[in-house]
Design a protein around this ligand. Structure first.
Ligand SMILES: [Zn+2]
Length: 64
């Protein structure tokens, strides 16, 4: 699944369908620069980087 990783908080977000203001479904990364964001595969980020899932993007997620 397509995701966006916030490398500062190590939280993975669901990628929004449209690349408008918020690049993620929840819009939490709206004010972050591209350097703080990584295009990742959600499952891979969780497995490989121990990233936590955003609670607003994923129903099984934790914090954000
Ligand atoms: Zn999110």
């Amino acid at each position: 699944m397509d995701g966006i990783l916030n490398t500062t908080t190590n939280t993975v977000h669901k990628h929004g369908s449209r690349d408008s203001h918020g690049r993620t479904v929840c819009g939490a990364t709206k004010y972050l620069s591209d350097g703080q964001l990584d295009r990742v595969d959600v499952d891979q980020a969780v497995t490989d980087k121990q990233a936590s899932k955003c609670g607003r993007c994923f129903s099984d997620g934790g914090g954000y």
